[in-house]
Design a protein around this ligand. Sequence first.
Ligand code: HSE
Length: 398
Amino acid sequence: MTLHSSATTSTAIHLFGFGTVGEGFYLLLHDAPQAHATISNIVVRSRSKARSLPDSAFQFSPEVTPSPFGAPLVVELIDQADDAFAIVSDALRKQIPAVSANKKMIATYLPQLLQLQESSTASLRYEGAVCGSIPILQLLDSYFGQEPLLSIQGIVNGTTNYILSAMQNNHTSYAEALKQAQGEGYAESDPTSDVKAWDAAYKLTLLNLHAFGEIISPKTILRMGIDTLDHSDLAFAKKKNKRIKLLATAQVVNHKLVTYVLPTFVANDSPFYHVDAEYNAIALEGKNVGQQFFKGKGAGAFPTASAVFADVQQVGKKLGYAYTKRKNPTALAADDASFLKVYIRTRTSALVTELPFASVTEGYIDQDYRYIIGTMSVANLKAYAPLIESDGGIIIAL
Ligand code: HSE
């Protein structure tokens, strides 16, 4: 089956998934005859989902379908991480180049994927998995492969940035802003991954690999989402002339990586202050290159599909990632002994009084609102984050 006309030299693409990004990729390719790539098959799971193409355009398969032998190229854009891994690993074992944008799958199966790439002649790329249209993995992997990086920090989730922007700029409610982000196609099918910052943690795992050569499981990263943010936190930020952004951070301190995903107060002289809506941004600092800043659309059909499209061209030329830093790590695994300065608000008085701050600089406790600002070790923040979250409180970095 050929879904649109192609030159005889076209690469046939076996596409898995036709959600927001899958459909965006299909449309983008349709408008790019110069790409010499055509979609030969689209495999989807559900028959009942409304789609913009007739049923005859799809192969329906409720189970994971392995990549067919001889398929020139596999593009995997499905939701389920385990199934996505089955598809990509099967392709690599059959020496078929593969492209994915599934950050959960890549972050979860990194060790296996690195091994599979070692033993395959085919390449794997996943630029669309991090920051949508910003080619940050390519940049870190290739141009900064030899550059000792000192820090990398970013807004890496479009949904939460959209929600935070709407709440702070337009006084939209959290529920309404989330609904809008879902309507725009920014959110994951289960938006819990976005608002509880899992999505950002997966992306940070990929950034840490390509920037520093370390594999740090998303499950072990200090993480706090934005779903417990309340009006008192927003009012506090406003009073201090700051905005709250969800930032993913990795910083080399004494040759070790301090890495976390936390809502963060940013001042108006921070480059992140004016990064709004679905835009993402990355600020990095390297020993030789100094400070750099990148901003671009981080979610949505076409920004992500554009990265997938670029990857298709790269793997078609057998150009995978070099993983230079992995071969020669520039920082040691995560250091949880470091201290961070944080604002912690809790709902219950019992919790706020037991928090193991190393030092306290400010605090306020009354019946309706209680917070403490001070320093706490990453290890203690990790231990208390789930309790604070289930209490309806929040940790915000300063
Ligand atoms: N749900 C993700 C986000 C999609 O909002 O950033 C892009 O990875």
